[in-house]
Design a protein around this ligand. Structure first.
Ligand SMILES: Nc1ncnc2c1ncn2[C@@H]1O[C@H](COP(=O)(O)OP(=O)(O)OP(=O)(O)O)[C@@H](O)[C@H]1O
Ligand code: SF4
Ligand SMILES: [Mg+2]
Length: 329
C-alpha cells in the first residue's frame, strides 16, 4: 500500500472504478491503494483523464467504488447508508476549481459559510453568527462582505468563502481539486499562502490535485503520480521531484514550462489524453508505447508498484533511472 507513515486519516484499498462508455467501459481507477496520513498532505498529479478526480470523489464518498474499500478513521465506510455516513462527512471537506458553482447564489456570504453548521445542527443562532465572523476573519474576508452575494465578489474572494465554508465543521482533511487554477497568478499565491497558514493553525491535512507541479511541491509532503487509472510512483515530494524513478514522472517534470529567451516553453510536451485512452488497454506496462526505456519485458509484463528505498514505483527499469541519476548527480 502506498503509505510512508502510520496514523492514517483515510485509506483506499484496492479501489477500482469503471464507467460505462460508448465502446465498453472506461477504467478510471485501477486497483489503487493509498493512505492519507494525518499532517502529511498528499499531492495527486497526472495528465488529464488519469483518474485523479474520480479517486478523490471516491475518497469524499461522493461516488462508490466498483470494488475495493474506503476507510476513514479506521472505519470501513464503503457501503454505509447516507444517514450513517453523515458523522464521517464532516471530517472530510472539498474545495473545487470553480468557487462560484460551489456557492449558493441566492445566499449571502455569511449564509453560505454558516450553511454546514445549520445542516449539521451545530450550536445556536448566536454561536453560529460568532463562528461565521471568526471564519471570515480567518480566511481574510472583511466583515463588510457579510451581506454580499457570491456574484458580487472577485474570484479570490469567492474561493475564500468556499474555504471558510469548508472549515466551518472543523474538518481534518480537505480535498482540493484544482482549487487555485482558475485564479490569477497573484491571487493563486495569496490563496496558497492562506492554505499554508490554515494548515498550521488548524492542523489540517490536504489532498491536493493540481496540474501545476510547483503547487504540489510547495503544498504537499507526499506525491502520488497517476497514469491511466493507476498510481505509478509515490513518495516524499522533494525526493520524487528531485529524483523521479518512473520515466512518466520524469516526462511530467520535463513538461513544466521553462522561462527562456524565446518565452515560456515546456521542456518536453506530455500529451493530454482523452477518455477513450483511459484505463489499462495495452498489454504489459501501460506506458510502454510512450516510454524511451521500454524493453521486451515492458511490452509483455505489467509492472506492479514496488518499494525502492522509501519510494514506490511501478516500473521494471526504475533501478536504471535511479542509477543514471546517481551517476549524473
Ligand atoms: N461520470 C463519468 N462517466 C463516465 N466516464 C467518466 C465519469 N467520470 C470520469 N469519467 C472518465 O474517467 C476517466 C478519469 O476521469 P477523471 O475526471 O477522474 O480524470 P482527471 O485525472 O481528474 O482528469 P482532469 O485532469 O482532466 O481533471 C476519464 O476517462 C473520464 O472521462
Ligand atoms: S516498465 Fe518499462 S515501459 Fe513501463 S515505464 Fe518502466 S521502463 Fe517504461
Ligand atoms: Mg479532474
Amino acid at each position: 500500500m502506498a503509505s510512508l507513515a502510520s496514523n492514517p486519516l483515510a485509506q483506499l484499498e484496492h479501489i477500482c472504478k469503471t464507467f460505462p462508455a460508448q465502446r465498453g467501459e472506461v477504467v478510471a481507477c485501477d486497483d489503487i491503494s493509498l493512505t492519507v496520513t494525518k499532517g502529511q498532505s498528499l499531492g495527486v498529479v497526472g495528465e488529464s483523464g488519469s483518474g485523479k478526480s474520480t479517486l478523490v470523489r471516491i475518497l469524499l464518498m461522493l461516488i462508490p467504488p466498483t470494488s475495493g474499500q474506503v476507510w476513514l478513521h479506521g472505519h470501513d465506510v464503503t457501503h454505509l447508508p447516507e444517514h450513517r455516513l453523515k458523522p464521517f462527512r464532516r471530517h472530510v471537506q472539498f474545495v473545487a476549481q470553480d468557487p462560484l458553482s460551489a456557492l449558493m447564489p441566492n445566499l449571502t456570504v455569511a449564509e453560505n459559510i454558516a450553511e454546514p453548521l445549520w445542516i449539521h445542527k451545530v450550536g445556536d443562532k448566536e454561536s453560529r453568527r460568532k463562528t461565521t465572523l471568526a471564519l471570515m476573519e480567518k480566511v481574510g474576508l472583511a466583515s463588510e462582505l457579510w451581506n454580499s452575494f457570491p456574484s458580487e465578489l472577485s474570484g479570490g474572494q469567492q474561493q475564500r468563502v468556499v474555504i471558510a465554508r469548508a472549515l466551518a465543521l472543523m474538518p481534518e482533511l480537505i480535498v482540493l481539486d484544482e482549487a487555485v487554477s482558475s485564479l490569477d497568478v497573484s491571487i493563486q499565491a495569496q490563496i496558497l499562502n492562506l492554505l499554508q497558514t490554515l494548515k498550521e493553525d488548524m492542523e489540517l491535512t490536504y489532498v491536493f490535485i493540481s496540474h501545476n507541479l510547483a503547487v504540489i511541491r510547495l503544498m504537499c509532503e507526499q506525491t502520488a503520480v497517476m497514469y491511466k487509472g493507476r498510481i505509478i510512483e509515490f513518495g516524499d515530494s522533494e525526493a520524487l521531484f528531485a529524483h523521479p524513478l518512473h520515466p512518466y514522472t520524469q516526462a511530467l517534470i520535463d513538461s513544466i514550462p521553462a522561462f527562456t529567451a524565446q518565452g515560456v516553453t515546456p521542456l518536453r510536451a506530455v500529451g493530454r489524453r482523452t477518455a477513450e485512452t483511459s484505463g489499462s488497454t495495452v498489454a504489459g506496462c501501460p506506458y510502454h508505447p510512450r516510454c524511451p526505456l521500454a524493453s521486451e519485458t515492458c511490452r509483455r509484463e505489467r509492472p506492479e508498484l514496488r518499494w525502492i528505498g522509501d519510494r514506490q514505483v511501478a516500473c521494471h527499469h526504475a533501478e536504471t533511472m535511479n542509477a543514471s541519476q546517481v551517476v549524473s548527480g
